[in-house]
Write a protein of this length. Sequence first.
Length: 58
Amino acid sequence: MSASTDKSRRSLFVPALGSLYAALHTTSETILRAVAGIFLTIHGSQKITDPFGAAEMV
């Protein structure tokens, strides 16, 4: 087998979840962006509401 054949072949990370992967394929980027946005909002709101409260951690 050549290296290009190995890279072109896709295998599922957890094969038993193949149907879940197929269902979330179209919305996975949106879900990832929403989760990242929530975490960044939580992190940023702590810095905005009390900017000097965590000065020793910086």
